[in-house]
Design a protein around this ligand. Structure first.
Ligand SMILES: Cc1cc2nc3c(=O)[nH]c(=O)nc-3n(C[C@H](O)[C@H](O)[C@H](O)COP(=O)(O)OP(=O)(O)OC[C@H]3O[C@@H](n4cnc5c(N)ncnc54)[C@H](O)[C@@H]3O)c2cc1C
Length: 454
């Protein structure tokens, strides 16, 4: 065997697997194969001047490379079992929390010290939410910020680079059984290892599906979250964001009984494009450094869509909706809430006359031509509800960017060790379908490393 452990993907799942394996068993020979670039070579060409919107680079510097999808994220590490994944169903609630806290300690010891840990414990906001038919989920959240998150990744890479073989720009095409171990191959490499950890994230979801098919690993898929990113003046949400930083609030719509939730809140942040498999959707982030902060807060409002028989392609459904917005707007569409309610398309002049300056250069348009009615109705209901706890949310000038889609990877059949039916082949992080966040993906990496080391 060329390696003791092969790791596919250098996102949080892959990084924390390598980190913990080297800590516990420094003698192990570990090879990490990553489709994207090293951290310092990850540069998105969008500069707002020459390149204004996504030009579909391959690999995409936002999604691929050391640090994975989280490298330029807001670096919010939520320590909770209430959202961010269902890792606890596999390894137990206490263990999941313990591992998320352990990941937090590592982040703190690699440049994250001094960043703030927010908590929903004992907050009066919970009561305010309940009084308005809204439900605040419990969590502690460490906000590293995009800048400190980058520093942490740099430091972890510096610590690992001489102990682990990193192979960048090396997308793995095939995974095969090879004796008691595994062989992985790409365009110009073919290596073997005793154990193989796959942590290919959301961007590797289609490839993961193919590998599961080839290796007859059972999967199931039935959920996608569709919605918009809301952007408003930071002052509107400041009483929530100052205390909690991020508040995950859930509402059950009166009309359809669907669950709508706030997601990925970025106080004084910026709205950004996200490119998944060539489809441009929207996301957001913010900086810890006050000089890089904006006057706006953004967050997603997502409606969870679960499908039953016979439909199986929930991600395909989400993609089709995102494609519609890409078709009409050439990318992401932005609309003023007031225009949406009165049935008007937003125009460049309406957007420029608004009392809020958009942080993303998106195409003014009409989201009602893109989003299914049921989903849009749920979002509108939720905006009016949020207006009760944060007056100003339902202002005409509130900006809605669409579409935001949370693609859930199909759930891969794995056991409590996060191991597939093939002994020694582990699937972790977002590509397993059981994590959807930095903290859960990282914790799954630590868990697998400990299983392998023991
Ligand atoms: C803009 C943005 C902001 C976000 N903000 C937050 C946040 O604040 N908090 C939070 O909890 N989550 C956030 N997320 C989600 C979070 O980044 C992911 O949940 C997390 O990164 C998942 O980690 P992972 O290791 O499973 O996968 P990824 O981070 O996606 O890493 C997978 C890696 O595998 C590589 N890869 C894929 N296929 C192959 C292949 N075939 N061969 C080799 N390599 C491959 C990819 O290039 C990638 O680098 C954000 C995501 C985005 C895009």
């Amino acid at each position: 065997m060329d390696y003791d452990v092969l790791i596919i993907g250098a996102g949080p799942g892959g990084i924390f697997s390598a980190y913990e394996l080297i800590r516990l068993k420094p003698e192990l020979k570990i090879g990490v194969f990553e489709a994207g670039n090293p951290l310092d070579k990850r540069k998105c060409p969008i500069d707002g001047v020459k390149v204004k919107s996504c030009i579909g680079c391959k690999p995409c510097s936002i999604m691929n490379g050391f640090g994975g999808a989280g490298a330029f994220s807001d670096g919010k590490y939520n320590i909770t079992n209430q959202f961010g994944g269902t890792l606890y169903e596999y390894i137990g609630k206490n263990r999941a929390i313990e591992l998320m806290k352990y990941v937090d300690e590592i982040n703190l010891s690699h440049g994250g010290e001094g960043t703030k840990l927010y908590s929903t414990a004992n907050t009066e906001i919970k009561k305010l939410c309940l009084q308005n038919d809204l439900h605040l989920l419990d969590a502690s959240v460490r906000h590293l910020g995009t800048d400190i998150n980058y520093v942490v990744l740099e430091k972890i890479y510096d610590e690992l680079k001489d102990k682990v073989d990193f192979h960048f720009l090396s997308p793995v095409e095939h995974v095969r059984k090879c004796g008691d171990g595994y062989e992985i191959s790409g365009k110009d490499f073919c290596v073997s290892g005793d154990k193989c950890i796959i942590s290919a994230g959301r961007s590797g979801s289609k490839w993961m599906g193919r590998v599961c098919e080839e290796m007859q690993i059972p999967t199931k898929s039935n959920r996608v979250d569709i919605g918009v990113r809301v952007e408003l003046p930071a002052a509107v949400f400041s009483h929530l964001t100052d205390e909690l930083y991020e508040s995950k609030i859930v509402y059950r719509t009166a009309k359809y009984g669907d669950l709508v939730r706030t997601f990925c809140m970025n106080p004084k942040g910026a709205v950004v494009n996200e490119n998944t498999n060539g489809i441009v959707t929207v996301n957001g982030h913010s900086y810890e450094d006050p000089e890089k902060q904006t006057e706006n807060t953004n967050f997603a409002l997502l409606v969870a869509k679960h499908f039953s028989q016979p439909f199986k392609d929930s991600n395909g459904y989400g993609e089709s909706i995102a494609r519609l917005s890409n078709m009409l707007g050439g990318g992401v569409i932005v609309q003023r809430f007031g225009d949406l309610i009165t049935g008007h398309r937003s125009t460049p002049s309406r957007i420029s006359e608004a009392f809020i300056t958009p942080t993303l250069n998106a195409t003014p348009g009409d989201l009602s031509l893109v989003m299914p009615k049921r989903i849009l109705d749920g979002i509108i209901e939720m905006i009016y509800k949020l207006d009760k706890i944060a007056p100003g949310t339902a202002n005409d000038d509130t900006l809605l960017y669409g579409v935001e889609v949370k693609f859930y990877n199909m759930e891969v059949e794995i056991n409590e060790n996060l191991e597939t039916l093939h002994p020694g082949l582990f699937i972790i992080g977002d590509c397993s379908g059981i994590t959807h966040s930095l903290s859960h993906a990282s914790a799954s990496g630590v868990h697998v490393a400990r299983v392998i080391a023991s």
